[in-house]
Design a binder for this molecule. Structure first.
Ligand code: C5P
Length: 220
């Protein structure tokens, strides 16, 4: 088919991942979770007990990283040096450290290069989600979209996802802090020129998927 890159940015808890996967399934496109790549670099650094403050060392790790990543919405798989880290990269200790790795510009340069190579390898038929996809990684995407949600809606969803093991206050604190740190490298709270915004605050999952598919329809 002809190229169709759907670039989706947004903060954590906006429903970005589940919505992006469903959109990929419906459109029969490949799917790339770029956040998983930053998480994999973080897992690797922690596993090898590197100080995350040593930016040259962290960059070198990212450049050399032996990373395997599924690009299907139906099958989640991430491996570092042949070790399955699909579940491990979602642990709170990774979420707590990932921004420190993501603010390393050498790491970003390397991962952006790999992301663009993956998009090309899939014939530019892919849903790509993250924080800097509409503005940096795939500025030339056929469809560029920012998925937002009110802070209240995002906390509600995060709370459900984590199964309520943490207090609401802890959750708010963690998510707000991570977004604040992430905002220093990529602006994903405001849509750049030519980027559509879908606000999912008052939409359920199905409605959000429909709204995104409508934007795709209108754009192609
Ligand atoms: O999307 P997810 O919450 O899994 O992303 C994890 C982290 O990876 C983010 O908090 C951010 O620090 C980083 N990230 C990024 N750029 C992207 C995707 C993720 O900096 N395109």
């Amino acid at each position: 088919g002809r190229p169709l890159v759907v670039a989706i940015d947004g903060p954590s808890g906006s429903g970005k991942s589940s919505v992006s996967k469903e959109v990929a399934r419906r459109l029969r496109l490949a799917y790339l979770d770029t956040g998983a790549m930053y998480r994999a670099v973080t897992w690797d650094c922690l596993d090898r007990e590197l100080g995350l403050g040593d930016s040259a060392l962290v960059e070198a790790s990212a450049r050399a990283l032996d990373l395997e990543l599924s690009t299907s919405a139906d099958f989640e798989y991430v491996a570092v040096r042949g070790q399955d880290v699909t579940a491990a990269i979602r642990e709170p200790r990774i979420s707590a450290s990932v921004s420190a790795v993501a603010t390393n510009l050498g790491v970003r340069d390397e991962l952006i290069r790999r992301q663009r190579a993956l998009i090309a390898a899939h014939g530019r038929r892919m849903v790509v989600e993250g924080r800097d996809i509409t503005t940096v990684v795939a500025r030339d995407a056929e469809v560029r979209l920012l998925l937002t949600a009110s802070e209240e809606a995002r906390m509600r969803r995060r709370g459900l996802q984590l199964g309520g093991t943490q207090t609401a206050e802890q959750l708010v604190q963690q998510v707000v802090e991570r977004d604040a740190r992430d905002s220093t490298v990529a602006s994903f709270t405001q849509a750049a020129d030519g980027v559509y915004t879908v606000d999912s605050s008052d939409l359920d999952f199905e409605e959000t998927v429909s709204a995104v598919l409508d934007v795709v329809q209108a754009a192609v």
